[in-house]
Design a binder for this molecule. Structure first.
Ligand code: 6OD
Length: 463
């Protein structure tokens, strides 16, 4: 499916611009040729969105919500196709793609349809005064999507942006164009009004044309902190709102009173899911001394049997391997892994190591691979300090059977998201995002609807 990927502008495929290859990370073979949008093509997409947006915004929210449900139905009708393209682009395991990535795509549209349609509005009364607030969509939103959860994260942004009355221009990652191309087909199949959802493909230069286009009213982005700050600079002169979910160096704290079976299971998931290529994955594990050795041994044993998933690209594989080499040069103890298996594809070994200092680049920079560093701690105070000693603050996990400790520690962690005795359990109504270098703003539930709209407060005298 999709030997050639064309832009989707004004409801039509636009097979224009030079092409570039997209690869299957399992084999390193080229699987698609993708058209690249230059500034003129981006301009056409933004214009199409601007033309479509007023009529879309004028629909009652219930009608936009009905379109979101049609999108979800359309995704479910082509469920197996979505699974196939997402796996081809990313090398994800079938089970994960069937149970997480693609179902979340449909769920994102359904959830935000419901949240928007049921959202109450507020009015404030004083004697002789009535104040109320109306929310207007931003207008045209640039949706810049990463390669790690391409469909899940694209739809996570599209659901609320569209239901709030915006038109959008999406820029998927150059590595993972397939599920966006299929979504364009679903839009055409269900007859979504042309221009409401547009998609342009390309590398960073295409993204740069998009976010700096004067017709863009806001940007939502998930990806690296460096790209986030570049986008921020691009919109600074026009003072446009941004919502960013950026890098992480997430800590997990395993206390000696934890249910160790559960903690090991949970940490296997939080470290190795998606080949460690989820912004929420744990890269720093701190384990209370009495259980440090047993926990580390069991985690390392389990690491050898995780379903292998390739890194997204040869470049990313080499980056992850360069951190393995760095750790070796600094004298780390490898409990498992540390290399790359032979053969084709962008695989690296799941790796558990210890012995590096807290200020090592290995322990401070986001690696985004199937790897974690394990270090012991002696007290709750020390655990919290270690977890918080990071420039990032996206997610953290706490493993303990003490209810008091769970609350105490969770509330002290400098992170936008804390999971206790679980990981990546999601309620789409909750605020989602990070602190420090991990992002700005929150999406999820009404926070998403707030970001994708602007309030106007109307105050009148009643005489
Ligand atoms: O599950 C989500 O809603 C979400 N925003 C996940 C982000 C993962 C980042 O890699």
């Amino acid at each position: 499916m999709f030997d050639q990927v064309a832009h989707f502008i004004g409801g039509r495929p636009v097979p224009e611009g030079a092409t570039f290859p997209a690869y299957d990370p399992m084999t390193g073979e080229v699987i698609r040729q993708v058209h690249e949008a230059d500034s003129a093509i981006v301009d056409r997409a933004v214009r199409a969105a601007r033309t479509a947006q007023p009529a879309w915004a004028a629909l009652p929210v219930g009608e936009r919500a009905a379109w979101m449900r049609r999108l979800a139905d359309g995704i479910e009708a082509r469920f197996d196709d979505f699974v196939a393209v997402e796996i081809a682009d990313t090398g994800k395991p079938l089970e994960q793609t069937r149970t997480l990535d693609i179902p979340r795509g449909a769920a994102n549209f359904r959830a935000f349809a419901e949240i928007a349609a049921q959202r109450p509005e507020q009015a404030f009364h004083l004697p002789g005064v009535l104040s109320y607030t109306v929310r207007r969509p931003l207008g045209v939103v640039a949706v810049v999507v990463p390669w790690n959860l391409p469909f899940l994260l694209m739809t996570w942004k599209l659901g609320p942006a569209l239901v709030a009355g915006n038109a959008v221009v999406v820029k998927p990652s150059e590595n993972t164009p397939g599920s966006a191309a299929l979504l364009a087909e679903v839009c055409a199949e269900i007859g979504l009004p042309p221009g409401v959802l547009n998609i342009v493909y390309g590398y960073g230069a295409t993204g740069q044309h998009l976010v700096s286009h004067p017709g863009i009213d806001g940007v939502t982005f998930t990806g690296s902190t460096r790209t986030g700050s570049t986008i921020m600079r691009s919109v600074a002169d026009r003072v446009k709102p941004v919502s960013f979910e950026l890098g992480g160096k997430n800590a997990g704290l395993v206390f000696a009173d934890a249910d160790l079976d559960k903690a090991v299971d949970g940490c296997v998931r939080s470290v190795f899911t998606n080949g460690g290529q989820v912004c929420l994955c744990t890269e720093r594990l701190y384990v209370e001394r009495p259980v440090f050795e047993e926990f580390t041994r069991r985690l390392a044993e389990r690491a050898t049997s995780v379903t292998p998933q390739p890194m997204i690209s040869a470049e990313h594989r080499d980056k992850v391997l360069s951190y393995y080499e760095l750790a070796k040069s600094e004298g780390a103890v490898f409990h498992t892994g540390g290399g790359a298996p032979g053969g084709s594809g962008y695989f690296v070994e799941p790796t558990v190591l210890s012995g590096l200092g807290e200020t090592s680049r290995f322990n401070t920079e986001e690696i985004f691979g199937p790897v974690c560093h394990v270090a012991p701690f002696s007290s709750e105070e020390e655990a919290v300090e270690l977890a918080n000693a990071s420039d990032y603050g996206l997610a953290a996990t706490v493993w303990t059977t003490s209810l008091n400790r769970a609350h105490r520690v969770a509330q002290r962690l400098e992170a936008g998201l804390v999971w206790v005795n679980t990981w990546y359990l999601r309620d789409l109504r909750t605020p989602f995002g990070g602190v420090k270098l991990s992002g700005i703003g929150r999406e999820g539930g009404t926070q998403s609807l707030d970001f994708y709209s602007e309030p106007t407060t109307i105050t009148m005298e009643i005489s």
